[in-house]
Write a protein of this length. Structure first.
Length: 349
């Protein structure tokens, strides 16, 4: 489960429209198209309109590395994450900044706030600025965002997850497999009525939930009535409230898998407030393995993810590709690890 680099993938953007394609469609020379892009004021309005129509028709995006189209922003690498306050992404960004240190490149950061539409808007802005590379979170871009990434004319890295159809390069792990693994551990520890609480429920969270279902389905112990989710932002206090509500509805649950560590800590606090013994009466597990999990009392089990490594590796791949170096492994699965602690020792333990 630690690290398994997967084989080379062909870049989907390899067949993107070129300046020659635009010239053919517009019935002009490539030099004329280049002049329209570089110095539109030196081209007649009629010709400029004709060329721009061809550009729009083909979805052509200028190559930021082409000398004829060199930009003052060519040293910028655009990065879009869904949160700037979530400590998960703080670790990812720390890895990126450490990776890029000492290089001529700069990071331009965008916060999508978990909104696919906001991600589209940010990508439209970033691609117009012709960045050297783009790094985006996840694999669930909208069709419009996917098209922009494929036609951006620069290296693209998707992070935090792996999937079957990368735009270009990818660094992450399987959230579904990780969710299944922690629930399998709970089953092996002797828990049988295992609940799930989740917040925000972005696509990665949905896949953790699917992993939870996979393990319980295989054991013949699935119970949809003890799955509690909300689109609300995650917090420790929300974890407390969700577990309180769940216990009022299903007091016989004997374990809970929490979508993230904030929720798990809140669940632990609710157990302590209600004099519920952890792990004897209720097992508690989280996801991401933030620092607080090891120092809680009892210490909390979690799924350890390699967030810093994802940031560092993705930025290195992007810079290597920009500099023309061969990126031998274009899809990198960093895996995960189960951090097993006191909170899931088993019922009666």
């Amino acid at each position: 489960m630690r690290i398994a680099d997967r084989g080379n993938r062909k870049r989907r953007g390899a067949g993107r429209p070129t300046i020659a394609d635009v010239a053919r469609l517009a019935g002009v020379s490539a030099i004329t198209v280049s002049r329209v892009l570089r110095n539109p004021g030196k081209v007649s309005a009629e010709l400029r309109t004709h060329v721009e129509a061809a550009i729009r028709s083909l979805g052509y995006v200028p190559d930021p590395n082409a000398r004829a189209l060199a930009s003052s922003r060519s040293d910028v690498i655009g990065v879009i994450v869904p949160s700037l306050t979530n400590s998960v992404f703080a670790d990812v960004l720390r890895g990126m900044y450490d990776s890029i240190g000492g290089s001529p490149y700069q990071i331009q950061l965008g916060n999508s706030r978990y909104s696919p539409i906001e991600e589209e808007r940010l990508l439209a802005i970033f691609t117009r600025q012709r960045p050297s590379a783009l790094i985006v979170t996840g694999i669930d871009q909208t069709p419009a965002s996917r098209t922009m990434l494929e036609q951006a004319g620069c290296p693209v890295v998707q992070i935090m997850e792996t999937g079957p159809d990368p735009v270009d390069m990818m660094v992450g792990f399987s959230h579904r497999d990780a969710g299944a693994a922690i629930v399998s551990h709970l089953l092996q520890s002797g828990y049988r009525k295992i609940a799930f609480i989740g917040a925000r429920m972005d696509p990665r969270s949905q896949r953790r939930l699917q992993g939870y279902r996979d393990s319980l389905d295989a054991a013949g112990l699935a119970d949809p009535s003890i799955v509690m989710t909300t689109p609300a932002p995650s917090s420790v206090s929300l974890g407390r409230d969700l577990l309180r509500d769940l216990l009022s509805r299903a007091p016989d649950i004997d374990a809970v898998f929490c979508n993230n560590d904030d929720l798990a800590l809140g669940a632990l606090f609710e157990c302590q407030r209600s004099a519920i013994d952890v792990p004897r009466r209720l097992g508690v597990a989280g996801f991401n393995d933030l620092e607080m999990m090891a120092v809680a009392s009892p210490s909390l089990s979690s799924v350890r993810t390699y967030r810093y490594d994802m940031g560092y590796r993705s930025m290195k791949m992007a810079v290597d590709a920009v500099q023309g170096q061969d990126v031998e492994t274009r899809v990198v699965d960093l895996g995960f690890e189960l951090a097993i602690r006191e909170s899931t020792a088993g019922p009666g333990k």
